[in-house]
Design a protein around this ligand. Structure first.
Ligand code: SDX
Length: 370
């Protein structure tokens, strides 16, 4: 038995949720470029869960269901009030999402219908948790979800307490479409491994949030912004990037396990970064990002991934840096739950082997003689 480090190239399951073939990403067979230009996040949620784009009445139904389920239990709000004000936002999201299960009477109902209802609640309530956490730590009261609003609109409204602009809602909605699913990425795999023991959907999504948190995965968007802020000005870029590469350190937002010729989502986020920056008259982060991309791609051949330009997009939308990865979770919840439902449909325990490299033929020695 020989281990494959990082399971690179291992095909661990069949799936009909999304695919990456020859660098082209599709959700249920629809090219991401097509969806990014045309679909709303709610349409994509429906597509991922049900395998087809919704008809008008179906879209109205899913929007109504999500909107009606957006409030979180008062006990979970009280729990968030107990979190330290400086808590890591992904740790807060992970803990509060796990707690949702305690107040869901259907938490351990494993029927398909109940799991779909729980997927709706998770998708609707994760944005509410994040907005409540953000306001409570700032010493403000959480804001109740607005009936009838889309997920993007409602999240921005619950965060600031103000009606968001159409431009901001459209930008966030597109970012949510772009992040919704991505084949067997680490957090989706974590979620599938968890539910393959026939554990519940809340356990699966909680595992996935834990995996998304890391800077090699979803946490990279926050790390990109930290890097941009650390660099500070255009003039500082070249020495910073050269130093990082010389020291063999990772440049956040670059590289990908699957894409070697570029992440198809990055160009959409780059365009959004330019458009939003032009509208607000602040192109600093966009221009810095372009310079970094040219340098890193030129020197190392590494291309930006989904996390690179999302950092400047969210910053231009005035979203606090440590909410970038939670926003990734809002979007990816749709993919996680679609994969979890698919796993339940055709389940087998996921239990690979390890190549043992520890000592052998050891003999037990009593404690007083060690
Ligand atoms: C996401 O998997 C998914 O689908 C994830 C995702 C999704 O939608 O779910 O697309 C979202 O997680 C995007 C990735 C976000 N992470 C980062 O931006 C962190 C920085 N990137 C890397 O650490 C790295 O590229 C990974 C983690 C994304 C991929 O890691 P791999 O496949 O294990 O590659 P590796 O670390 O073994 O790197 C291979 C080579 C190495 O050089 P050599 O030793 O062969 O000379 O490429 C170099 C690496 O040093 N390299 C980098 C680099 N990424 C790879 N060098 C500098 N900076 C980088 N970012």
């Amino acid at each position: 038995m020989t281990a494959t480090k990082g399971l690179e190239g291992i095909v661990a399951t069949t799936s009909s949720v999304s695919s990456i073939i020859d660098g082209i990403l599709t959700y249920r067979g629809y090219d991401i470029d097509d969806l990014a230009e045309n679909a709303s996040f709610e349409e994509v949620i429906y597509l991922l869960w049900y395998g087809k784009l919704p008809k008008a009445a179906e879209l109205t139904r899913i929007r109504d269901e999500l909107s009606a389920a957006a409030a979180i239990p008062e006990q979970v709000v009280d729990l968030i009030r107990l979190f330290p004000k400086n808590a890591n936002s992904m740790a807060a999201l992970r803990s509060a999402t796990s707690a949702l299960a305690l107040y869901d009477g259907e938490a351990d109902d494993m029927t398909k219908e109940a799991n779909l209802r729980k997927a709706v609640r998770l998708q609707a309530q994760i944005p509410t948790i994040i907005a409540a956490f953000s306001r409570i730590r700032d010493g403000k009261e959480p804001i109740a979800p607005k009936a009838g609003a889309t997920i993007a609109e409602n999240f921005l409204y619950m965060l600031s307490g103000e009606e968001p602009s159409d431009v901001a809602v459209k930008a966030l909605d597109k970012a949510l479409v772009l992040h919704a699913d991505h084949e067997l990425n680490a957090s989706t795999f974590a979620g599938r491994v968890t539910v393959a023991t026939l554990s519940d959907i809340y356990s699966g999504v909680t595992s996935a949030i834990g995996a998304l948190k890391g800077p090699l995965h979803g946490g990279a968007n926050e790390a990109v912004m930290a890097m941009l802020e650390e660099i500070g000005t255009l003039e500082n870029i070249d020495p910073y990037v050269n130093r990082k590469l010389e020291n063999k350190e990772k440049l956040m937002g670059f590289g990908h396990r699957v894409y070697k010729n570029g992440d198809p989502r990055a160009k959409h986020l780059q365009k959004m970064s330019l458009e939003l920056g032009s509208q607000t008259g602040d192109l600093k982060w966009y221009e810095m990002s372009i310079r970094i991309e040219n340098l890193v791609t030129g020197l190392k051949g590494l291309k930006p991934n989904v996390d690179f330009y999302s950092a400047s997009v969210y910053t231009t939308l005035k979203i606090p840096r440590d909410l970038f990865t939670p926003i990734f979770a809002i979007s990816r919840c749709s993919g996680w739950t679609a994969h979890i439902l698919e796993q339940y449909e055709n389940n087998r325990l996921i239990r690979p082997r390890a190549e043992y490299v520890g000592p052998s033929t050891q003999k037990y020695v009593p404690v007083e003689r060690r």
